[in-house]
Design a protein around this ligand. Structure first.
Ligand code: NI
Length: 133
């Protein structure tokens, strides 16, 4: 595969964030990190389709924050047809880990995950999916 060079203009703090990402993930250089970021994002786009997929939504949050638990429960009820099960782990006095097993159309699971992850107070959120059809 031939490699093409191109110039990029980027804000200073975003570049600093990129350098931290390079360091944290042990990439050899910025180019390698950017290739990974682009590739991951394009892969995610492919999930916005009608294929039936199964996977999980992982959430980490402080349950004292706002009405976070009520909001998360409401959302899961709204999408109950997609949810196979959920597990809640009390990590310490404040923090919770929730793993929600899901199955359904990729774009619907993406929609649910986006809403869950966007809830104010979510410290970490990730959707992973595997095609099952
Ligand atoms: Ni908890």
């Amino acid at each position: 595969m031939s490699v093409v060079r191109f110039g990029v203009s980027i804000e200073r703090d975003l570049l600093q964030a990129l350098d931290e990402y390079v360091e944290d993930n042990g990439f050899a250089n910025r180019s390698q990190a950017i290739r990974r970021l682009i590739s991951d994002n394009l892969t995610v786009k492919k999930w916005k389709c009608n294929n039936i997929v199964a996977g999980s939504v992982t959430l980490v949050y402080n349950h004292h924050k706002n009405d976070i638990q009520i909001i998360l429960t409401d959302l899961q009820h709204d999408y109950h047809k997609l949810i196979l099960s959920s597990q809640h782990f009390h990590l310490d006095n404040d923090n919770c880990l929730e793993i929600i097993a899901v199955k359904g159309k990729a774009k619907e699971l993406t929609e649910l995950a986006d809403k869950l992850i966007a809830v104010k107070g979510i410290q970490h959120g990730k959707l992973s999916m595997s095609r099952v059809d």
